[in-house]
Design a protein around this ligand. Structure first.
Ligand SMILES: [Zn+2]
Length: 283
């Protein structure tokens, strides 16, 4: 069936509802964005165009425009509204969502649809734009979706273990036979940063040059992928593996886990090239 803008909004809202039902989006937590193909833009008679606004605080003082994102210049994004509850996307999409367009220089945006009642894009807009910019380039345009959620097992992990990219990836790969298939490159880790800050946005985008998902200490996860299903599926796999780890340590000491030899066998069977730097640290 051919997708229209409105059928696509329903699909987007369903994904938001699925995240809420999992308990990963309390109150106004979580945000989602998607780079839209031209065929999925709002019908012309439902569009408006607000005045251009900077995409974020200027990188250098004295400049009027926001951050520059030439990779996504002219692109349009469906994105959640600041303060919106994911569970409400289905009830009133035009209040809780909006479509923005980036200008030809990649430094300003305007609203084409949604954000009714004076709404605005999520406070994590800068993070989303940085990620879209990086992932569009690295994936040759394939990656279009970004999802941020507050997954409890993953957050809990950041309170009980010292973590970095390698420690986190090794733990996940060795606790579930399909993790190395789902993320052969690994998962990134960022020590605590202020939510919504430029520092968090920049560090996240830097990590996502090498990974599809990054865990934010004491906060949650953010992931990018080609579509909503694949991106949420990646988060589900990471969170579930973390739950397995926490259940296992709650039941006693971990006595068995996937060995390097077994991980190499899986990688070989599925013709994958896992992150060698991380793999080399597994005994
Ligand atoms: Zn958050």
């Amino acid at each position: 069936m051919k997708q229209t803008f409105h059928s696509f909004i329903d699909r987007f809202a369903q994904t938001a509802n699925d995240i809420w039902l999992k308990g990963w989006a309390e109150a106004n937590a979580g945000n989602i964005s998607l780079r839209l193909d031209d065929s999925l833009l709002p019908p012309k008679n439902s569009r408006r165009s607000s005045k251009w606004q900077p995409t974020g605080p200027p990188a250098q003082s004295g400049r009027r425009a926001g951050r520059e994102f030439p990779q996504i210049a002219g692109d349009c994004f469906l994105i959640s509204a600041a303060g919106s509850f994911l569970k409400n996307f289905k009830l009133s999409p035009d209040e809780n969502l909006g479509v923005i367009q980036i200008d030809s220089e990649g430094s300003n945006y305007r609203v084409l649809w949604g954000f009714a009642r004076n709404g605005a894009p999520t406070s994590e807009l800068l993070t989303h734009l940085y990620i879209h910019s990086v992932r569009k380039k690295i994936s040759n345009g394939k990656d279009k979706a970004v999802i941020h959620a507050h997954c409890p097992a993953l957050s809990a992990l950041t309170f009980i273990l010292p973590l970095d990219d390698a420690r986190l990836t090794k733990l996940l790969w060795q606790m579930h036979a399909e993790c190395i298939l789902a993320f052969p490159e690994g998962v990134g880790f960022i020590p605590w940063q202020m939510p919504g800050s430029s520092a968090l946005a920049e560090k996240t985008a830097e990590k996502l040059k090498n990974f599809h998902a990054v865990l934010w200490q004491f906060h949650g996860i953010i992931a990018a992928g080609p579509d909503l299903d694949k991106t949420l599926g990646l988060i589900e796999t990471i969170e579930k593996t973390c739950e397995i780890y926490i259940k296992a340590i709650s039941a006693g000491r971990i006595k068995n886990k996937l060995s390097k030899k077994q991980l190499l066998k899986i990688a070989d069977h599925f013709r994958l090239k896992p992150n060698q730097k991380i793999l080399s640290q597994i005994k």
